[in-house]
Structure formats: structure tokens, C-alpha cells
Design a binder for this molecule. Sequence first.
Ligand SMILES: Nc1ncnc2c1ncn2[C@@H]1O[C@H](COP(=O)(O)OP(=O)(O)OP(=O)(O)O)[C@@H](O)[C@H]1O
Ligand code: SF4
Ligand SMILES: [Mg+2]
Length: 385
Amino acid sequence: MTSPGSQGVNTPGALPNSLPSVGKAAEAPLLTVDSLRIYYHSVLGEYKVVDGASLSVRPGEIFGLAGESGSGKSTLVDGVLRLIKPPGYVAGGQVLFRPGDSLNVTDNLPEMVDLLALAEGDLRRVRWKHMSYVPQGSMNALNPVMRVRDQLTEGILAHTTMSAGEANAKAREVLELVGLGRRVERLYPHELSGGMKQRAVIACAIALRPKLVMADEPTTALDVNAQRAILQLIHDLRRELGITVLFVSHEMGVHAELVDRMAIMYAGEVVEIADVESIYIRPLHPYTQGLIGSIPHATGERKRLVGIPGMAPSALTWPEGCRFHPRCSRAMDICRTSAPSLAEVQPGRLVSCHLCQPPAHPGNGTGARYQGQAASSGEGARRDA
Ligand SMILES: Nc1ncnc2c1ncn2[C@@H]1O[C@H](COP(=O)(O)OP(=O)(O)OP(=O)(O)O)[C@@H](O)[C@H]1O
Ligand code: SF4
Ligand SMILES: [Mg+2]
């Protein structure tokens, strides 16, 4: 586990009053996902794959997003970048991004942008230059007939006004930065190991020095040594370049090694957010407790691993009340009828569970349950982070 990073933002936040900052997050978030809903239309109805998810990522941190396969992690990240293709669509919510002082003045964008409302041309300027993405499985999507350096150069040329020579030099510099030296730059993707391909993909993502990199399962399908090396690389890039990282993985053990804070997703919602130590040492949501209970430990007392009983529900018909109640050993009557809200139960700690009622401090942000209108739907309780 690493200590939280803190890269300053020059201008304090201008977030709407309805988006409270949480705990010690006095610094305005770099990215705020508020009640995001992404649905897929089908003849059977709407698959509510992401359904009211909220989180916020602070400048300079490595923020983890975890949850079982199918919980909606990749869909959320795709939604942030507006990469959802029909029959998928954004059904509601807000995604605020603060490019801040990294902005090139020629981009002529405001200090904070609502990504879901941004014009396509402005969105293209934000993507890659200010916010970039390592998509799930992208190391296998490198162009097989182009040398690694040429692919990188092409990407840099597409997003900047650099000359071919400058872009080529930049590509070399970035490959060096991710540990792929001169020998590798002339190779084709099939000549690279899995770990080297992943480094090449990360090089593409950081080439333009974005403020935020969203990396979706960058260590999945790598052997243990390559996995460790990629985690170390992300850690080093954050330290050396000050890049903020949204790190997505379904492997809880990987989060423990890298992230500062994390969110747990279940059935299209975020159900718990806390610093990584709290999540591992004292998880509060029964689903998080199940995830932690199913991690094998190499050392210490031998304990029987406890899995989470039952199957994840279908996004076509989420269970009434708390979506986790059919699998929750602590479910109460209220859980079957009333959906809990994500609320701050301790400073900086948010949980969506009836067992964790926040202390009532009316009129005081800390400890109070966040309520109000969902960002664009006008319905339901707010689930802010
Ligand atoms: N066109 C579609 N119609 C209906 N459901 C879809 C469609 N595309 C994706 N889904 C569903 O969205 C759900 C969430 O997928 P997503 O890839 O976001 O999950 P994930 O949490 O990233 O999982 P993993 O850990 O396996 O990467 C999956 O159950 C998937 O079946
Ligand atoms: S709200 Fe109820 S069913 Fe849901 S996680 Fe908490 S105790 Fe379990
Ligand atoms: Mg995924």
C-alpha cells in the first residue's frame, strides 16, 4: 500500500454546491462522476449496467476501482470518455473533469468541463491530451504491421502540431520512460512479451502528459513478474510525472499493492469508498467484506477462504431495495424494500448499506447523508463521493 500522493491544483474548486467534497478532500477533485447511468437497450428492456454510480478522484492520487466481473467497471470508464456505442447510451448523470493548469491555452476550454455535455470537437481535445485511457485488453490491439515507435509517433502527430521529427523524438523519449529502450522501438508487436506490449500501450497513454490516465485491467493476463513490473511502472510514473491514475482491476490483491483510495462497485453502483488500508483492514460493506475474505494470504495464520454466496444479479432487473440483499448474510427487512444511499459514515469513508447509518449532523456536510436530486434525472437519492 502506498501513501496518498498530493499534487497541488492552483485554482481552488468551483464545483457546484450540490457536489460536496468529502473528508480531507479539501482539494477539488480532478474527476467527479456523479450518479452516472449507462444503459444498453434491448428487446427485453434496458440493461442498467451502470446505474447511479458516483466517485471522485483527487489530483495526484492512484484511485482504484474494484468489483466482480460484470459489475460495470469498464462501462463506467468508457462512459467517462463518451466511448459508449449503441445500443448503449448515457441515461443520466454528470462527469466533471478539471484539466486545470495543464491546459494548453490554444485549447480554449474552461477550467472545469462537463464531459457528457462537451461538444465533440472539445472532447477530442480533452481526450489523450488531458485525459487518456489504457483500455482493457489493449495490449492485444496494437497494430501488428507497424513498429512500436511508429505507432506512437503516429498517435503524437494526430494530437499535436509537432513535426514528424519532433514526434519521432518524443516517441523515443516516452518509450525510454516506460523502460522500452532503443532495441525495442524498432520491433513489431508480435516480437514483444506481454509485459513489453503493456508498456508500449502505457507509453501511448502518457505520451502527451495528460493529467489523468485511466488504466483498465492493465495487469490482467500478465504473469506475476510482468504484473509487478507494470505496477511499479505506474507507481513511478505517478511519482515522476505527477499523473493521476484511475486504476481498474477485479483483482483485490493488485489494488492493495498500488492504490491510495478505492471504490468498490457492485451491480452498477459504487457501494464503498475509502482509503486502501481501511478497505483491507476494516471493510464496512458486507460485499467488500466478502471480497476481502476471498483473498488468499501467503503468510500468517491459515484461514478458510470465504467466497460470496450466490450469483451477481442481471442488469436487466436489479433486485428491489439493496441490490446485494439476496447474497447478503446480514440482510434485514428494510434491505429488501429500501435502497441504501452512498453516505459518509466516517470522515472520508463512504458506504451504501443500512448497517452503516451515518451520524446525523444536520447542516454539516461531514457525516450527513447526501440527498438531493440526481444530476440529470431529477429522481432518486444522490450517491456522491
Ligand atoms: N450490448 C450490451 N447489452 C447488454 N449488456 C451489455 C452489453 N455490453 C455489455 N453488457 C454488459 O455489461 C456488463 C458490465 O460489463 P463491464 O465490462 O463494464 O464489466 P466489468 O466490471 O468491467 O467486468 P470485467 O471485470 O469482466 O472486466 C456485463 O455484464 C456485460 O454483459
Ligand atoms: S443494505 Fe442490507 S442487504 Fe445491503 S449490504 Fe447492507 S445489510 Fe446487506
Ligand atoms: Mg472490465
